[in-house]
Write a protein that binds this ligand. Structure first.
Ligand code: PBG
Length: 333
């Protein structure tokens, strides 16, 4: 980089004097096309349930999804992410409900896809369906890799056939991207996209989500034998490298803000779209801070901008609707 000049001739504050000049020189911007909205689906009829640990976020029954989907469409949010809150009596050690073509995700896919053009992504992992809360099947206290992959492939095919646009394996089993790609192609589902949760860390920020899908109380132990160790970043490059080779169309970094260095690292090393996930713990901390007047609302877009600046193409955030609304009304700076 060239030496930027010298005071008093050079004054960097000159380009910050007014809103118009700040807008002219801004290096990044935020639009609703950058946002992905997570939507929780629950059992029952005409339901909109509060989630205790996530103020302002709700679970919707399938028949009650339309209003929130319409809002997302009107605000030009390109993609929603569906997550099921499976009733406890439908959970078992094998996550069998994941393969039920009438499970909550399949019902929601069929319902939304009948009259809506919005993109839909679905997690592929067993944790919303297992009685132990882990992402795969367990033997001798260990989450089995290859046996879990066999189920994940079936789950991916089922969701794709039901109308899912982006299959998002969030389970962190080795080799699942290649297997899912191969089987989608074999079944003439060539344009179904894969978003690999390539670098998903074993994080302490997922608690409220686990509460939302009802796996928090069930979960035995932690997920450190399959999710990444937060001391590592070289390993993130290896994960991404493998997943690109196996056929991923996009890669995810998760959580978001504590892992900005990982987003930047991937962006500097690979030319593949990166989606980052501002996870439930990040959301609830910010939301509680705003509700208690500890920070102001503009902190939200500040965090989203940091994820973009680091190199994200898009961000999954529970703030997607409120941000998109503000963007439409031009409130955001
Ligand atoms: C499921 C899954 C999790 C999240 C998304 N998909 C939880 C976990 O791995 O335990 C977390 C999302 C969030 O916290 O917002 N594998």
């Amino acid at each position: 980089m060239k030496y930027p000049g010298k005071y008093p001739k050079t004054r960097l504050r000159r380009n910050r004097t007014h809103d118009w000049v700040r807008r002219l020189v801004s290096e990044n911007s935020l639009t609703s096309s950058d946002l992905i909205l997570p939507v929780f689906v629950c059992d029952g009829r005409n339901k909109k349930e509060k989630i205790k640990s996530m103020p302002g976020v709700f679970r919707y029954s399938v028949d009650n999804l339309e209003p929130i989907i319409n809002k997302a469409t009107n605000y030009k949010i390109p993609l929603i992410a569906l997550f099921p809150s499976t009733p406890k009596n439908k959970k078992d050690p094998y996550g069998s409900e994941a393969l039920n073509e009438n499970n909550l995700i399949c019902q929601a896919l069929r319902k939304i896809k009948t009259n809506n053009k919005i993109g839909i992504m679905c997690d592929v992992a067993l944790d919303p369906y297992t009685s132990h809360g882990h992402d795969g099947i367990i033997k001798n206290k260990y989450v089995l890799n290859d046996e879990t992959n066999d189920i994940l492939v079936k789950q991916a095919l089922l969701y794709a056939e039901m109308g899912c646009d982006i299959i998002a394996p969030s389970d962190m089993m080795d080799g699942r991207i290649g297997l899912i790609r191969k089987n989608l192609d074999k079944n003439n589902l060539k344009n179904i996209k894969i978003l690999s949760y390539a670098t998903k860390y074993a994080s302490n920020f997922y608690g409220p989500f686990r509460d939302a899908v009802g796996s928090q109380k069930l979960l035995s132990g932690d997920k450190k034998t399959y999710q990444m160790d937060n001391r590592n970043s070289d390993e993130a490059l290896r994960e991404v490298f493998l997943d690109i080779k196996e056929g991923a169309d996009f890669v995810m970094v998760k959580p978001g803000m504590p892992y900005l260095d990982i987003i930047k690292l991937i962006n500097d090393n690979f030319k593949i779209p990166i989606f980052s996930y501002q996870v439930s713990g990040e959301y609830s901390l910010l939301k509680n801070g705003i509700n208690k007047n500890i920070i102001n609302r503009e902190a939200i877009s500040e965090t989203i901008m940091s994820l973009k600046r680091a190199g994200s193409s898009a961000i999954i955030t529970y703030f997607a609707l409120e941000l998109a609304k503000e963007l439409k009304n031009n409130f955001l700076k």
